[in-house]
Write a protein that binds this ligand. Structure first.
Ligand code: HEM
Ligand code: HEM
Length: 247
């Protein structure tokens, strides 16, 4: 069961999120080609822009959802193991409320039109993700329940994942600006930010599969931890394979 729960997030990422990314990028390319009239035979249908935005909106929901799932599993797994529900009920309620508030802010962001409301809900959704991700610092907990790979942030699944999630939230928030702005400045900002998002998505594929390799199966866990402790006694710990997070 524990192994199955670990697999839900990667399985949804591969089966749902990555196919959506492919569709969004295909439409993005066509939207640009059509707008720049690079399509000499006029084969690209006029609604590709609309299709790109429609699937793009779904992609934002899927990416925020998959990140929340990736953050929720280690959080509640550790909460159950540490009996946090009975020992630190205040903290547990705070965390549950943070997850609920983040999802609610995203729903409101989808619904709001005025610029200020979009700015406020963008901020709240992003803040929610950050507070959940850095919960141990905010709650001044000794142990981090979410494995952030702080020392190696430049290839951390957590930091890439949070960055790409924030980029998707911003993409959703600035849709009216892209359409309103005749100078195409917002369009250019969107394209630059989302080219970066694309690189981060590729990074998520690579760092995610690596992390999956590092998490031992439940029946192997105690042996792997034992090996780690033994290895640390004979050589510096940073040159031996580390068991990931609190797994
Ligand atoms: C990997 C993700 C994405 C990439 C690489 C991407 C890239 C692009 C590109 C190249 C264009 C055409 C720009 C041009 O006309 O020069 C575009 C347009 C646009 N994108 Fe995206 N995009 C992505 C995700 C999203 C998401 C998630 C949303 C919204 C939630 C979104 C909303 C828009 C909008 C509103 C336009 C203008 C469409 C039109 O002209 O009808 N994009 N995007
Ligand atoms: C759009 C793509 C993805 C996003 C935005 C994303 C985001 C996240 C986030 C924010 C976390 C929590 C922080 C952490 O533990 O590192 C996480 C955890 C994790 N991700 Fe992903 N991820 C994505 C794709 C993948 C893929 C493709 C795989 C593997 C094939 C994967 C494997 C994992 C694993 C093993 C964990 C630890 C989860 C756990 O403890 O249950 N992720 N992901």
């Amino acid at each position: 069961m524990a192994d199955f729960l670990t697999l839900i997030h990667p399985a949804i990422a591969i089966a749902v999120v990555f196919p959506l990314i492919g569709i969004v990028i295909n439409f993005a390319w066509q939207t640009r080609q059509r707008r720049l009239q690079a399509d000499r035979n006029q084969k690209i249908p006029p609604n590709v822009g609309k299709e790109h935005v429609q699937i793009g909106k779904k992609l934002t929901g899927a990416v925020v959802g998959i990140s929340i799932l990736g953050l929720a599993h280690p959080t509640f797994d550790a909460a159950i193991k540490n009996r946090a529900f009975s020992q630190q009920p205040g903290e547990t309620v705070f965390l549950i409320l943070m997850f609920a508030a983040t999802i609610a802010s995203l729903v409101f962001l989808y619904k709001s039109q005025p610029r200020w409301w979009r700015a406020i809900f963008t901020l709240l959704t992003s803040l929610g993700i950050l507070v959940i991700g850095f919960q141990d610092l905010i709650l001044q907990r000794q142990q981090a329940w979410i494995y952030r790979r702080d020392a190696e942030w430049y290839y951390s699944h957590f930091y890439y994942g949070i960055a790409v999630t924030l980029l998707m939230i911003v993409s959703l928030a600035i849709i009216p600006e892209i359409y309103r702005d005749r100078s195409h400045r917002w369009r250019t900002i969107h394209v630059v930010l989302n080219c970066l998002a694309l690189l981060l998505f590729i990074g998520q594929g690579m760092t995610g599969t690596r992390d999956l390799l590092e998490i031992p199966l439940s029946w192997q866990k105690s042996y792997v931890e034992q090996l780690y402790i033994q290895n640390c006694q004979t050589q510096p710990c940073d040159v031996v394979a580390k068991p990931i997070g609190n797994k």
